[in-house]
Design a protein around this ligand. Structure first.
Ligand code: ZN
Length: 317
C-alpha cells in the first residue's frame, strides 16, 4: 500500500481570527485550488478526520489549558448572543471565534486519524491540510496562532496508544517550534529536528538543550543550499541513528522566499528536496510512514505551490 492520504474538513475554514489576519481560511482554499487545477488532488486519497478527544489532547497538554479554551469558547458564544465581541484575543496575534475550539479539536484529530491510517497500513503517508496550526502551542499555553500542538499530540499518541518505540518530529517552518520543544524536550522516544530563523519570533529561539532536540538556528536571508547542507550534515545522521518508526512533519512553508512573514529564501524545489530526503529516511526505518501537518505559510501563491511540491514527492506524482 503506497497511497497518500489528504485530510481536511470544513471546520478548518470556520475558525478565523479577525479581518486581515494572515492565518486565514483562504490559506486552505489556495491549497485546495492548486491541488485541484494541477491534478495532484486526483492522486491523493481524500479522507475525513475525526475530532480528537479531550483525553487525546491531554497526551500533550494540561487539563486546565484545555478547559480554559473550552470555557472561553462558551463565554464568547454567550457574549455574542448578548451583542458582545465576535472574537476573544488570547495574545496580540492569537484569537478565537465560536468555531475555534472545535476546529482545534478537529485539527489535532486530523493528525491522529492520519497516524491511525499509516500505522494500520491503509496509507503510506498523509498530509493534513488543517488549521489552526500547532507548533507554537505549549503544554499549558496557546500562542502564535496555535491552540493545541497537533504533531506533538499525534507523536505521543503513536507512542502511547500504538506502542511505537521511536518517532521523529521534523519542523521546517521558518519559526522555531517552541511549543513542540516545550512538550517533547527530554522524551528520548521523540527526536525533534528543526531549522528556524534566528533571532526571530518566538523570542529566544530554542530554550532547551535536552539531548533529543536538534534545533538549528539560521540567520535571516539563509537560502536553500545552506539549508540542504545542514539537513545532510546534521539532521540525516541523527535521524538514521534514531531509527524513527514514524516521521511527523511540522510542515510550515513560511520560509519560502516570497513569504514576507519570514526572511529565509527557500523555494518549491527545496521543499521537494527536503520531502524526498525525509521520505528516504522513512523508507529505511519507518516502512515509509510520514504524517505531515500544515503549520505556517502566509503568501497564498507560494504556500499553494510549496504544498503541491511537497505532495508531489509524498504521492510520487
Ligand atoms: Zn511559522
Amino acid at each position: 500500500m503506497n497511497a497518500t492520504g489528504y485530510y481536511t474538513h470544513p471546520l478548518f475554514r470556520k475558525h478565523e481570527m479577525g479581518t486581515g489576519h494572515p492565518e486565514c481560511p483562504e490559506r486552505l482554499a489556495a491549497i485546495d485550488d492548486r491541488l485541484l487545477i494541477t491534478g495532484v488532488l486526483d492522486a491523493l486519497e481524500q479522507r475525513d478526520p475525526t475530532p480528537a478527544s479531550v483525553a487525546e489532547i491531554e497526551l500533550a497538554h494540561g487539563r486546565m489549558h484545555i478547559a480554559a479554551l473550552r470555557g472561553l469558547s462558551d463565554f464568547l458564544r454567550e457574549d455574542i448572543s448578548a451583542g458582545g465581541p465576535t472574537h476573544y484575543h488570547i495574545d496580540s496575534d492569537t484569537a478565537i471565534n465560536t468555531h475555534s475550539y472545535q476546529a482545534a479539536l478537529m485539527s489535532a484529530g486530523a493528525a491522529i486519524s492520519a497516524t491511525d491510517a499509516v500505522i494500520a497500513g491503509e496509507l503510506e503517508n498523509a498530509f493534513c491540510a488543517a488549521r489552526p496550526p500547532g507548533h507554537h502551542a505549549c503544554r499549558d499555553k496557546a500562542m502564535g496562532f496555535c491552540f493545541f500542538n497537533n504533531v506533538a499530540i499525534a507523536a505521543k499518541y503513536a507512542l502511547e496508544r500504538h506502542g511505537l518505540e521511536r518517532v521523529a518530529i521534523v519542523d521546517i517552518d521558518v519559526h522555531h517550534g517552541n511549543g513542540t520543544e516545550n512538550i517533547v524536550a527530554g522524551d528520548d522516544r521523540i527526536l525533534m529536528c528543526s531549522f528556524y530563523q534566528h533571532p526571530f519570533y518566538p523570542e529566544g529561539g530554542s530554550l532547551s538543550d535536552a539531548p533529543n532536540l536538534l534545533n538549528v538556528p539560521v540567520p535571516a536571508y539563509t537560502r536553500g543550499p545552506a539549508i540542504r547542507e545542514l539537513i545532510e550534515q546534521q539532521w540525516l545522521p541523527r535521524l538514521d541513528a534514531h531509527q524513527p518508526q514514524l516521521i511527523f512533519i511540522s510542515a510550515g512553508f513560511d520560509a519560502h522566499r516570497e513569504d514576507d512573514m519570514g526572511q529565509l529564501g527557500l523555494v518549491e524545489q527545496d521543499y521537494a528536496w527536503i520531502t524526498q530526503k525525509l521520505k528516504e529516511v522513512a523508507k529505511r526505518h519507518a516502512k515509509g510512514r510520514i504524517v505531515s501537518c500544515l503549520e505556517g505559510g502566509y503568501e497564498l501563491s507560494s504556500l499553494a505551490r510549496s504544498v503541491e511540491a511537497h505532495l508531489r514527492v509524498l504521492a510520487d506524482v
